[in-house]
Each structure stands twice: as C-alpha cells, then as structure tokens.
Design a binder for this molecule. Sequence first.
Ligand code: ADP
Ligand code: MG
Length: 282
Amino acid sequence: MARPGGPVAVCVINLKGGVGKSTISALLARQGYRDRNLDVLAIDIDPQANLSQGLMHDEYNNFLTQKRPSIVEVFNGYIPPTSRSSTPTALAPVSAVETVAQVGGRSLQLIPSRFDFSDNLLGAVRPDPRTLARFLSATFQHKDFIIIDCAPTESILTTAAYHASGNVLVPVKPEYFATIGFPLLQQSLNNFRNQNRGHHISVCGVVINNAFYDGGNNGGPEKARALTEIRTEALKNRWPIYENEILHSRGFPKIMRGDNSYQGNAQYFRTFANEFFTSVGL
Ligand SMILES: Nc1ncnc2c1ncn2[C@@H]1O[C@H](COP(=O)(O)OP(=O)(O)O)[C@@H](O)[C@H]1O
Ligand SMILES: [Mg+2]
C-alpha cells in the first residue's frame, strides 16, 4: 500500500568523508525494511559505491561484470549499445533496480553506483540535476522510504539529491574539525532553496557517529570539545541533533562486508534508527 503522501525521501550528506554516510545509509535501508516493514529504495550516487557494496556484497561483482544498469544509466536515460544490440536502447526503470530482499509486496531495492559514475556524467555535457527526481516520481511513488547516499564532494549530484528529497540527514564524527563542512552545507541548501522556491527541504537531524575507537573512556576531552562545537554549529543553522548516538563497533565494517558473525555495539544502532524513523514520520 502506497503512503498517501508518497515516499519519505532522505539524502545522507556531509561534505566530509569517512563520517559513516554509507554505513548509516545501508543500515537504515535494512532496518527500515526488516524492522519497520517498509518498502525501501536505496540509491547510491557516490562513485565510490560503498552503499552498493554494503547492500549487495558479492553480487556487486556480478552486477559489474554483467554490466547491469546503474545510476549511470538512470542519468543518461538509455542503455548503451551492447554485444547484442548496436543501438542504444530504452532504459526500463525496473531494470536499473537491484532487488536485495523481498517479502510479500515489499522489497529492499537499490539503484547501484559504479566507479565510472562521475567521469561518465561530469565529463560529458552537464547532466540535468532533476533527472533523478523525475525518475523517482514516475516510477517509485509506491515506496515508503527512499534513502540516497551522497558523495562527500559537492557537485551536480548533490543538487540531484536535493531535488529528489525533502530531508537531509547529516552524520558527524565527534573529532577535531568535525563541523568543517557545516557552513558549506548550509550555504548549499540555502542556494538550492533560493533557486527552487516551491521545494521544501530541511535537515531532519545531525547524528553523532562514534566511528573511532574511544578507548573505553567515551572519547575523553577531545570528544567533549567536538560535541560542544557540533552543538554550537548545529544550533546556528537550527539543525536538530538526534538524542541517540551511534556507538563505535567493529561490527559495522563486518556487516558492510556481509559478515553478520559479530555485532557488538552495532546492535544498538536500532535505538538511533527508531528515533530517526519517528522523526521523519515513518
Ligand atoms: N560507528 C562506527 N564504528 C566503527 N566503524 C565505523 C562506524 N561508522 C563507520 N565506520 C567505519 O568507518 C569507515 C567510513 O565509513 P563510511 O560509512 O564509508 O563513511 P562515508 O560514507 O561517510 O565516507 C568505514 O570503514 C566504516 O566501516
Ligand atoms: Mg560513503
């Protein structure tokens, strides 16, 4: 059953790398599907393709070798000639989607990325940043939750993510220079709002991700300083901060590789996930 207001779409952005964007995107996609019974579409617009690998695991290699359609084809709007067809062919929207899991009428699906994504797009004619929004509005209105994992650099793809969503989730690592990307992100959102007056987009929250090992002392003075800075900077922009932090866990890199043998603190991700889903009305 489609939601009356359409899917809740969230893009995960921090113009800083290594803060947990892809890990959090993968886990929210999975938990939304598994624990909250949502019909989920995850979209990878980072050429690093970490979300794709984190959701597809070994199947990602097959996807690459079989040259299955990806986000590249979504932006291009066609499938290039292959050994079987010497002309470009139309992209059937469903063919750009990998089904990771499925039960009844619900699924966890993914539009994967490829390493050549940025070259392919940005090297050619300037792509239309509305392409993704159009694609989603035409084909994926039945989904409950759409999550878009973004690259750390600002580009036309960031704008494409804004066009395709109404919420921005900002993961942050409580470390030195934690908020270095905040002013840039706020500026980028304001520019977008000025150029797209009818489009409502807001930061649903900042989530503190303790991606480093805290040595058992909960981070010490460095973390405390970083948290104060995060609170001050978030308040300046009126961005809420989620109450539940994501704990450090050696389980996260394992889960991303498809190894569920060790969870550790990763099991507590659920508390943040529940707060997050409630905050966006899911
Ligand atoms: N809470 C955490 N505990 C332990 N390791 C983490 C945590 N969050 C992220 N990581 C690890 O940190 C690295 C960067 O995370 P990633 O999600 O790829 O960040 P981003 O997408 O922002 O670049 C990865 O190796 C990931 O497994
Ligand atoms: Mg990433």
